[in-house]
Write a protein that binds this ligand. Sequence first.
Ligand code: AMP
Ligand code: GLY
Length: 424
Amino acid sequence: MNVLIIGSGGREHAIATAVKKSAKADKIYCAPGNAGIAQIAECVPIGAMEFDKLVDFAKKNQIDFTIVGMDDPLVGGVVDEFEKAGLKVFGPRKNAAILEGSKAFSKDLMKKYDIPTAAYATFDRPEDALEYLKTAKIPIVLKADGLALGKGVLICETREEAFEGVRTLMEDKKFGDAGNTIVIEEFMTGREISVLSYTDGNTIQIMSSAMDHKRAKDGDQGLNTGGMGNISPAPFYTKEVDDFCQKNIYQKTVDAMKSEGRPFVGVIFFGLMLTPEGPKVLEYNARFGDPEAQVVLPRMKNDILDVMEHCVDGTLDQIKVEFEDNAAVCVVLASDGYPVAYDKGLVIDGLDDPRFDNEKFYCFHAGTKEENGKIVTNGGRVLGITAVAEDLKSARAKAYDATEWVSFANKYMRHDIGHMIDEV
Ligand code: AMP
Ligand code: GLY
């Protein structure tokens, strides 16, 4: 099969790496891709939101299967455009990607179908939100309804902060139209777990669990980011938690979407909080996590194209998605200053270290590009260094060893990825 992958981050590099291993893959393209993906696929300079050009490219280049990695094109309806053109594509249609695209939608869905989540209220008018906050329990969480690069969530420790948050989201429109509607939600405490799954709209099979590190600095301090590192499996994802989620969350979500006339085909990412009252859904995403994909996919036994085809064909019940009994840790190498302001265009050394890419060590590119024959930084998150080993502790030690093999001028990383491994 000729395969097209849409996206340009570490997640898409991990997907491309898995596709490359597939016995079914012939030519692999990525739009727009990055300098690392370019080593295993042909990158084409088409943006992820240029739907007409993507469809046109797929038709002209006999693409048999397209995989959408990113949330923006999914929420914007890229899958519908490919389907209209008779092209096979992996990912939810627009009417299902709303599961990630609108927090108000996902909260209402969970309420209607009795899926455990934090109590909430939705507001279209700032004055109503402010009125509600006068008596709400503090701390409290404000969320922009729409996509905001994972940054439209404000945890407010005081009532004044919450009032200010409403102004930021709804009046100053810090996240644009994403803040036209906001969700105000009860503050939850507990461990956060990421569970990715494949679904064909009827059947759901979860992948091995993972744990993100969202804050920029050690000790979970600093601003929220897209993710500074990840571990898989999550040590707190016990059999008991799994049983609860299988019964109360996963299949229920798939069935709810089907009942709403929005069958979900693709990857559902469950952001879970293990609260003292049991697991609750923090958020849904309609795609692989980044960097969750960089720790989960290297551990998957199945041929990724085979699994994805079964999803699109509605036959996921015919196979079993399986993972190695091992562990992976990914440490993100970022540009110092991320997620606020940082330099780009700095030369990266060590990328061709022969120790990478032997299925024990991976160097996934996130924000990189080629310039005058050299690979330079081109984003906040630059690389994801993943090590796979027999257990989490050795995967963590190896991942940190491998972070030393590459260098660039403003290289920044957290030094405590996987700190929870010692707390079990
Ligand atoms: P989200 O984009 O909804 O996952 O939110 C981003 C981050 O904010 C999550 O990973 C949590 O760390 C935090 N968060 C979101 N909602 C809540 C909540 N109701 N209670 C506590 N923390 C939350
Ligand atoms: N790492 C979290 C996300 O992809 O949303």
